[in-house]
Design a protein around this ligand. Structure first.
Ligand SMILES: *Cc1c(COP(=O)(O)O)cnc(C)c1O
Length: 426
């Protein structure tokens, strides 16, 4: 082992430090494996029930009428996530697009959208119109209301109750913390919130932004009352193989509207050629429980390595996980840059590239990003990024295999160690 890791540029000190941390994680990893085993069976059962066959991989062109592969895949997603219907398409360009379709399809002028979990993901600010933007929901006369989380990260039930009124049509709940410092919600917590909202207004539509959460638990938000769950195929459910796409699973009433919004009124789900991506979408979904488990092990390992070195990590080394993101507060620009250099150096693609901080739209400071992915921007593949400002936190996620995630974390530590930015004798 030491010689092969040596070939990758990892020194014996770093490797041994990693092994000491890993020795304490066996039970944790066994729990992750048990969830993956359950979810593998869940995906398999949905594929068998829907008689997935080689014909499903053929794809279609043009209008895409009678595209068997597309129709069966959507039924597989619906059955796996226990929803009436699903929209799973390469025409959904990313997670933000999927969320924008779900929102704009189900909100009409005069309706109000409520986020009871604080500020939504950055890219949704333009979709909703929190940041004024052409074609935003605000421009179409959909108003927006937000209830922030309480100091301790829990739901402000009193304020949520007060914010629901006759115009409230749709409630959006973001499962993952994204790039905020709040906790990620468990499926159980999301279920409690949905039940509360529905007890006040039974016909309100509850949508969950499920990005980064798929297959982390045995249940999904659709099992606890969500009318729609939404996500990206270049994150967990694509299993690293999907080259593009997004999904929306939910009630037939909601999904029908989403399909009309995505294509055109009257056309809906009947059109949309699947081209040549079907095999990858099926195979990726089949692998997704295992791939997500590998990424989760990487996140747990990273938390334990960096907490042992004295850094603040969110989530911490021992708490339960509800998504695959790990934040590490590194405390200095030098450490943040070294960490990202290590992740980049560990990549299978573009490992020879050195990431540099640069100005990004929407940020008031430089940002550094590390990724060497088979699919552009895929964040189920090993990647890390962080803004160069206090407290110099890095957000780390992905890894198509646990072993690659492990190499990435060891390599990040190697770079810190070489630059004398950490002390391994703790
Ligand atoms: C990734 C993500 C999105 C969507 O991002 P895209 O880059 O458009 O796929 C939305 N919400 C959350 C919480 C996310 O993590």
């Amino acid at each position: 082992m030491q010689s092969i890791y040596g070939m990758l540029g990892i020194s014996p000190e770093v490797e041994q430090f990693g092994e000491r941390v890993l020795a304490g994680l066996q039970e944790r990893f066994a729990q992750i494996d048990a969830v993956a085993e359950y979810n593998q069976a869940k995906v398999l059962a949905a594929m068998q029930k829907n008689r997935v066959s080689a014909e499903c991989f053929a794809g279609s062109t043009g209008y895409g009428y009678n595209d068997q592969g597309r129709e069966v895949l959507e039924q597989v997603y619906a059955d796996c996530f226990h929803t009436e219907a699903a929209l799973v398409r390469p025409q959904i360009t990313c997670g933000t697009h999927a969320l924008a379709v779900a929102l704009s399809a189900n909100l009409l002028p005069g309706d109000e959208l409520l986020s009871p979990v604080g500020k939504p993901y950055d890219t949704l600010e333009n979709v909703i119109g929190i940041q004024p933007s052409p074609c935003s929901l605000a421009e179409y006369g959909v108003s927006y209301r937000q209830v922030d989380l309480l100091e301790d990260g829990s739901f402000d039930y009193d304020a949520i109750k007060a914010a629901i009124h006759e115009k409230t049509k749709l409630v959006t709940i973001q499962r993952s913390k994204g790039y905020q410092m709040r906790p990620t919600f468990s499926v159980k917590q999301i279920g409690e919130l949905i039940a509360f909202v529905k007890s006040i207004k039974p016909d309100v539509i509850c949508m969950v932004d499920n990005c980064y959460g798929e297959f982390v638990e045995m249940q999904e938000p659709s099992d606890v009352g969500a009318d729609m769950i939404v996500g990206s195929l270049i994150k967990n459910p694509g299993g690293g193989l999907a080259p593009v796409g997004g999904y929306i699973c939910g009630t037939k009433a909601c999904i029908d509207r989403c399909a009309y919004r995505l294509s055109a009124p009257g056309l809906g789900q009947e059109v949309g050629a699947s081209l040549d991506v079907m095999r990858a979408l099926y195979q990726g979904f089949f692998l997704a429980p295992t791939v997500s488990a590998g990424a989760l092990k990487g996140a747990v390992f990273a938390a334990n390595v960096y907490q042992a070195l004295g850094f603040l990590v969110i989530p911490n080394a021992t708490e339960p996980r509800h998504d695959i993101i790990q934040a590490v507060q590194l405390g200095s620009a030098e450490r943040l840059i070294a960490f990202c250099e290590g992740i980049q150096a560990a990549a299978p693609v573009d490992s020879y590239v050195k990431p540099e901080p640069y100005a990004m739209p929407g940020y008031t400071c430089d940002v550094i990003m590390a990724a060497g992915a088979f699919v552009q921007g895929s964040s189920i593949e090993l990647s890390a990024d962080g803004p160069l400002r206090e407290p110099y936190s890095v957000y780390f996620q992905g890894g198509l295999t646990w072993y690659h995630a492990k190499v990435g974390i060891l390599m990040s530590l190697q770079k810190l160690y070489e630059k004398k930015l950490v002390d391994l004798r703790v």
